[in-house]
Design a protein around this ligand. Structure first.
Ligand SMILES: C/C(=C\COP(=O)(O)O)CCC[C@H](C)CCC[C@H](C)CCCC(C)C
Ligand SMILES: Nc1ccn([C@@H]2O[C@H](COP(=O)(O)OP(=O)(O)O)[C@@H](O)[C@H]2O)c(=O)n1
Length: 232
């Protein structure tokens, strides 16, 4: 099947014009796409089925990633913007898992549970920031159990993910989506973020992508500790 050209995205324009380094551009997309999508959630109605309309956005991006990753859509600039080495098959791993997590968070948690907020916050604001900070400040002080990662990167993951999660929970509480005791919520977020940061630091990324391991451990902890940590 002939490949079909695909419209360019803003992140491609930034990296293809040399305004932002490709690695940094990719990580900025990683950090900002998820929270940018969640900031649109209040635009949807209070109808029970609103989440399914919101889910159209990650579904379309899922289609985009699959069409680009399989080569049905031929768009080297977008592939370069979303991949490490410019190999379109990469899109069928990290980016695909990333979009699947956003789709699952939208459908399962939506605006009804703070667990969903913590899931995408640690994947986007945590894991995404870990890369940027770790590459720049993590040359020394590597982790004893994983020499490819650093205390600086893990610290950025914990702080960035926790801050994004607490900010979104405070916003959603102010919008009346769920009641919450911010002090207790912050303690719960910090606990989950610490465990997720430890999981992300383990040398398992070749076998289990951290766009799956981090959201997975957050969702599991959110379920197991639902009455203790993020009761809403
Ligand atoms: C490059 C990305 C992930 C790779 O992660 P890793 O392998 O480096 O750990 C991010 C992929 C972004 C995705 C294709 C686009 C997601 C768009 C989102 C569903 C909707 C955005 C809405 C907009 C911000 C209003
Ligand atoms: N905890 C961490 C995570 C990443 N990093 C840095 O960021 C780079 C990319 O991390 P990664 O392989 O987890 O990247 P992604 O799978 O998150 O895209 C690593 O090679 C490190 O240089 C770090 O120093 N500490």
């Amino acid at each position: 099947m002939a490949a079909v050209p695909w419209p360019q995205g803003s992140e491609i324009a930034l990296s293809s014009r040399g305004i932002v380094d490709q690695k940094l551009s990719r990580k900025l997309v990683h950090i900002l796409a998820g929270p940018g999508f969640a900031l649109c959630w209040p635009l949807f109605s209070a109808e029970p089925n609103a989440r399914f309309f919101a889910a159209i956005v990650p579904c379309l991006n899922l289609l985009r990633v699959v069409l680009l990753g399989t080569g049905i859509i031929d768009d080297p600039k977008t592939v370069n913007a979303m991949s490490r080495e410019g190999d379109r098959a990469e899109l069928l791993r990290g980016p695909l898992y990333y979009v699947l997590v956003l789709l699952g968070t939208t459908l399962v948690y939506w605006r009804e549970s703070p667990v969903g907020v913590v899931v995408f916050s640690l994947m986007c604001g945590g894991d995404g920031l870990a890369d940027i900070v770790g590459r720049r400040l993590g040359a020394k002080h590597k982790l004893p159990w994983n020499s490819s990662k650093s205390w600086a990167g893990s610290g950025a993951m914990f702080l960035g993910g926790s801050a994004m999660a607490i900010a979104f929970i405070a916003l959603f509480c102010s919008l009346g989506y769920f009641d919450c005791d911010m002090a207790a919520m912050a303690a719960g977020v910090a606990t989950i973020a610490a465990v997720a940061t430890l999981i992300e630091s383990l040398p398992i990324n070749q076998r289990l992508d951290d766009n799956l391991s981090v959201p997975g451990v957050v969702a599991l902890l959110g379920f197991l500790l639902r009455n203790a940590l993020l009761a809403a």
